[in-house]
Design a protein around this ligand. Structure first.
Ligand SMILES: Nc1nc2c(ncn2[C@@H]2O[C@H](COP(=O)(O)OP(=O)(O)O)[C@@H](O)[C@H]2O)c(=O)[nH]1
Ligand SMILES: [Mg+2]
Length: 283
């Protein structure tokens, strides 16, 4: 767990060795509790990448916080993440205060993005983190360089209860192909659009049609207002084209084949606050 943008999804992918959760420089992009299943000689680790915890401003925000709470009730270890290059603040303290609610789990702290700071800065940050809670472990690492990532895996595996593996060893995630395709389109759109718009985006899969040459993947990219539709499409469709070509690269890698990607931009009025629209979009 941790504030938005601290590197939770990037770390999940670094451990899994592939992109399971989308990542973004825009905060609050993870909208599901995504499970990555990691098999090592010593055992099986199921990482749950959660949406960042923050004060909810919309019904969507509230639902995501609820999702995080129900997930944390089930896990054996909770890892609180904070980036080395940002001072511990009220947002972090709010999250740490929540830890009381999950007495079952062992708590560790992860200091992310150590590649961005000096040794002195890192030492200061570690000290600040150590004063937040009586952590079982504090592990500084960088998901970008891979520094200490395997150490984290090893430490956490050592904290897990013994028992049979929960998943077969050839499964990487419970995310379906459909979900992963939608997330790749959303990731691409997130990076390309400006400012407030990222929060308004959602993606659903309409169908995958077996074409003569290659499969045709049809998705809908949802926005909240008509005015946003124009922004996402761009001048002469330029923005949409760019979103599509970036997403297509990831989808082709995922499906192991060339695909034709068709994106339809549609409006679901005020969907982040509207229970009916939220349901339609899968929340
Ligand atoms: N320099 C550096 N950047 C990182 C590292 N881990 C994540 N980031 C960047 O931080 C941003 C947020 O990452 P993300 O994993 O989406 O954060 P989340 O919201 O906590 O899931 C992205 O731009 C990442 O590229 C790291 O170890 N080093
Ligand atoms: Mg994330």
């Amino acid at each position: 767990m941790g504030r938005p943008n601290v590197g939770k999804s990037t770390l999940t992918n670094a451990i899994a060795g592939q992109k399971i959760a989308i990542t973004s420089s825009k905060p609050q992009t993870t909208r599901r509790a995504i499970r990555a299943i990691v098999n090592r000689e010593k055992g099986q680790l199921i990482i749950v990448d959660t949406p960042g915890i923050h004060r909810p401003r919309t019904l969507l925000g509230q639902r995501l916080n609820d999702l995080v709470s129900s997930t944390l009730t089930d896990v054996d270890v909770i890892a609180f993440c904070s980036p080395a290059n940002e001072k511990i603040g009220p947002g972090d303290k709010h999250i740490v205060a929540e830890l009381e609610k999950y007495p079952r789990a062992k708590k560790i702290a992860i200091v992310t993005k150590v590649d961005t700071v000096s040794k002195v800065k890192l030492a200061e940050h570690l000290l600040d983190v150590s004063q937040l809670w009586d952590w079982k472990e504090i592990i500084p690492l960088s998901a970008l360089t891979g520094d200490q990532v395997e150490l984290l895996v090893d430490v956490v595996l050592g904290m897990l209860p013994q028992g049979p593996a929960l998943y077969p060893d050839d499964i990487d995630t419970e995310e379906t192909l459909e979900e992963r395709i939608c997330e790749l389109v959303r990731e691409s759109a997130l990076e390309l659009v400006e400012d407030e718009l990222p929060h308004s985006l959602a993606v659903t899969l309409d169908e995958i049609v077996e074409g003569d040459v290659k499969p045709q993947v049809h998705v809908s990219l949802w926005v909240e207002r008509d005015s946003q539709k124009g922004i996402v499409i761009g001048k002469g469709g330029s923005m949409l084209k760019e979103i599509g070509s970036t997403a297509r690269v990831g989808i082709q890698e995922l499906m192991g084949t060339d695909v034709h990607l068709a994106i339809q931009v549609r409006v679901a009025p005020d969907w982040q606050r509207n229970p009916k629209q939220l349901g339609k979009l899968g929340f």
